[in-house]
Design a protein. Structure first.
Lengths: 114, 111
């Protein structure tokens, strides 16, 4: 089955700096790679996702890159703000519509200091 | 937020007792999931459902059972709770396009 590893487990940056979180996956059949953000005491929420036919996707200050050959994908947050402080989870799964058995990484706790 | 509610939100129980957590949705989504969240492990899939009476096991299904008799309800049962099942449990729903919508979570403590 799929196995997802996520690094680093904690990340501390100054406001305005960039943050990068990296994930690797094991199942070459995986083709859907979402990122979820979980603020303290809240539910996880999707912030961006990428599918295997795309190498990079951007949404304002966040971007995700995918390298299928190396089986890794990364989340990039630019111009970080205190409200970006949260736990971020990457996930991977083979997905062709319908149900998907998302396998999550262990999470990265991002702290943005003013 | 998607119409998904979990109950109870907090529960303390003793080892060996049965526990049932309920997930209720008003979105009419076909797919429902139960995850547990533990420090250092992220979110791990327990069971999922792809329709009424259609369920299957996830990564960590031992000690758990599920039932889905109606589209809107997905029940997670711990047949005999153990301390290792102390966790935060999240239900999630999906319409099949990829995104999971999570409930607010149920914190279970097994003493």
């Amino acid at each position: 089955g799929e196995n997802v590893e996520q690094h680093p487990s904690t990340l501390s940056v100054q406001e305005g700096d960039s943050a990068v979180i990296k994930c690797t996956y094991s199942d070459s059949a995986s083709n859907y790679f979402p990122w979820y953000k979980q603020e303290l005491g809240k539910r996880p929420q999707l912030i961006i996702d990428i599918r295997s036919n795309v190498g990079e996707k951007k949404d304002q200050r966040i971007a995700v890159t995918l390298n299928k050959t190396a089986k890794h994908f990364s989340l990039h947050i630019t111009e970080t703000q205190p409200e970006d402080s949260a736990v971020y989870f990457c996930a991977a799964t083979p997905f062709s519509g319908g149900y998907n058995k998302l396998i999550f990484g262990a999470g990265t706790r991002l702290a943005v200091h003013p | 937020d998607a119409g998904i509610t979990q109950s109870p939100r907090h529960k303390v129980t003793e080892t060996g007792t049965p526990v049932t957590l309920r997930c209720h949705q008003t979105e009419n989504h076909r797919y429902m999931y139960w995850y547990r969240q533990d420090p250092g492990h992220g979110l791990r899939l327990i069971h999922y459902s792809y329709g009424v009476k259609d369920t299957d096991k996830g990564e960590v299904s031992d000690g758990y059972s599920v039932s889905r008799s109606k589209t809107e309800d997905f029940l997670l049962t711990l047949e005999s709770a153990t301390s290792s099942q102390t966790s935060v449990y999240f239900c999630a729903i999906s319409d099949g396009t990829g995104e999971l919508f999570f409930g607010e979570g149920s914190r279970l403590t097994v003493l």
